[in-house]
Design a protein around this ligand. Structure first.
Ligand code: DGP
Length: 113
């Protein structure tokens, strides 16, 4: 999508600190980190949100979690713990409408909600 920030990050049009990239997925550091490790893991193909995923996207969305696991180990937070978050629409505070998994860790995370 031409006006999507994360599509522009995937294509390299907007600079980002990438920590992972393959033909399906890109992961980069959040511009406004909420924890010592705050990485966004996104599919290279645009999907607005969980509300727009279909059953054919299940392997791709599953892959986001596999990469999160790999990056958590790489960041040294696999044992201390981490949180994976997917915000959807206004009540969850979704700001960027390109589906993404937040990987947060490196400190004690407070309660949800
Ligand atoms: P969400 O509320 O789940 O839609 O979170 C969107 C996140 O995206 C938010 O934590 C800030 C981050 N973000 C927004 N614009 C940029 C950007 O241009 N670069 C990077 N690295 N992160 C961004």
């Amino acid at each position: 999508m031409s006006d999507c920030i994360f599509c522009k990050i995937v294509s390299g049009e907007i600079p980002s600190t990438n920590v992972y990239k393959d033909e399906q997925v890109t992961a980069f550091r959040d511009i406004n980190p909420a924890a010592p490790t705050h990485i966004l893991i996104v599919p290279n193909r645009h999907i607005d949100s969980v509300n727009f995923m279909t059953t054919k996207d299940e392997p791709l969305i599953g892959r986001l979690f596999s990469i999160a696991k790999q990056l958590a180990a790489q960041e040294g937070i696999a044992e201390s713990g981490y949180r994976l978050i997917v915000n959807t629409n206004a009540d969850a505070g979704q700001a960027v409408f390109h589906i993404h998994l937040h990987l947060l860790g490196g400190r004690q995370l407070t309660t949800l909600g």
